[in-house]
Ligand binder design. Sequence first.
Ligand SMILES: NC(=O)c1ccc[n+]([C@@H]2O[C@H](COP(=O)([O-])OP(=O)(O)OC[C@H]3O[C@@H](n4cnc5c(N)ncnc54)[C@H](OP(=O)(O)O)[C@@H]3O)[C@@H](O)[C@H]2O)c1
Length: 337
Amino acid sequence: MSQVNHVWRLRKRPVGEITDDVLSLEVESIPEPGPGEFLFRLNYLSLDPTNRIWMSDMDQYMPPVELDAPMRGGVCGTVVKSRHPDYAEGAVVSGLGVWADYQIGTPQFVRPLGDTGPVSVVDAFSTFAVVGPAAYIGLLDIGQPRPGETVVVSAAAGAVGSIVGQIAKIKGCRVVGIAGSPEKCAWIQDELGFDVAINYRTQDVARALAAACPNGIDVYFDNVGGEILDACLKLMNFKGRIPTCGLISEYNAEIPVPGPYNYSMILMQRLRIEGFIVTDNLERYAAAIVALSQWMAQGKIKVRTEIVDGFENALQTLKKIYTGANTGKLMIRVQDV
Ligand SMILES: NC(=O)c1ccc[n+]([C@@H]2O[C@H](COP(=O)([O-])OP(=O)(O)OC[C@H]3O[C@@H](n4cnc5c(N)ncnc54)[C@H](OP(=O)(O)O)[C@@H]3O)[C@@H](O)[C@H]2O)c1
C-alpha cells in the first residue's frame, strides 16, 4: 500500500467552462478508518456531467461541494482496511465518494458491488451504477412509451441517451436521436438501430425534427435542455411526456438561461414534464439491472465506455464531456480491479 494519498480538491467555483484552476491535485496522508468505517483504494472514477453542477453553487439536488473540500464523484474501489463487519478487505465497492486515491467509506454512500455474474466489474460500474438505471427508469416509468410511438432523445450517443434509444426500439417505438458529430450519428443509426439521427451541430434541428417526426413526438427524453428542448416542445403530441434527465447545454451558462419559447405547448397539448434523479428510485434498480443485463446478453443493448488511464488526467478528461469529445461512459482507471 502506498504511503501517500492523492486528492483532487475544489479550489474555485467555475464560471462558464471548467478551467485548470478549478481543482488542484494534492499529495496528502492516507486517512484511518474509524469504527464502522472502511478505507478503500480507487480503481475507477466516473466522470459525469453532474460534476459541473456539484462544483457550482447553483440551485441543485445535493449540497454543492465545499470550497477546498475533495471533489465528489462516482467511485469504484477495493477495501484495503476495514472496521466494518460487512466490508471485508479485498471487497470491491462502489457508490458516491471523492476524487482521492484512498478514501474512507461508510455503508450510507458506498456499497459492495457484489457478484456481477457474467458482467465484468467495469461494465457493472459504468452501466449499472447510474446511467443504465437512469435510462430505464426515466424512459419507462416517466416516458411510458407505447409501441408505434415516436421517441426523441438528445445526447443520443452518450451514456444515458444511447441506452434510452435502444430501450425505446425494444419497446417497438420509432426512435430519433440527436447527437453532435457524423461519427456519433452513424453509430446510433447503423449500429444501434435508431430510425433517424440528427446532427445538431450541422443541421437545423427544428426543421430536421419536423421531417424526422411526421406524426409528432410522443416522448422526448431530455438530456440537454435549451434550444433542443424548445424545438421538441413545438412538435409534442397530445398528452406527450418529457422525462427531464439532464440539461447539459445549460450547465456552463454564465447568465441565466431563458425559459423555452414554446412553453405554451405544455398547456395546449396537456404535456407532462417530470424531472428525476435516478438515485431517488433505488427500489427500481433491481428491475433495471435485470432487464439491462438480459438485453445486453442478447445483444439488444450495446454500450460504449471511454476509459482514460491515470488519476492525474481526471480534470482534463472531465472537460471532454462538455464539448462532446467523449464517446460513451467516461471513466478514469486508477488501477484495474
Ligand atoms: N437525472 C439523473 O439521475 C441523471 C443521471 C445521469 C445523467 N444525467 C444527465 O443525463 C445527461 C447525459 O449524461 P451522460 O452521463 O449520458 O453523458 P454523455 O451523454 O455520455 O456525455 C454528455 C454529452 O452531452 C452532449 N453535449 C454536451 N454539451 C452539449 C450541448 N451544449 N448541447 C447538446 N448536447 C451537448 C455531448 O454529446 P454530443 O457530441 O452529442 O454533443 C456529450 O458527449 C446529462 O445532462 C446528465 O446530467 C442525469
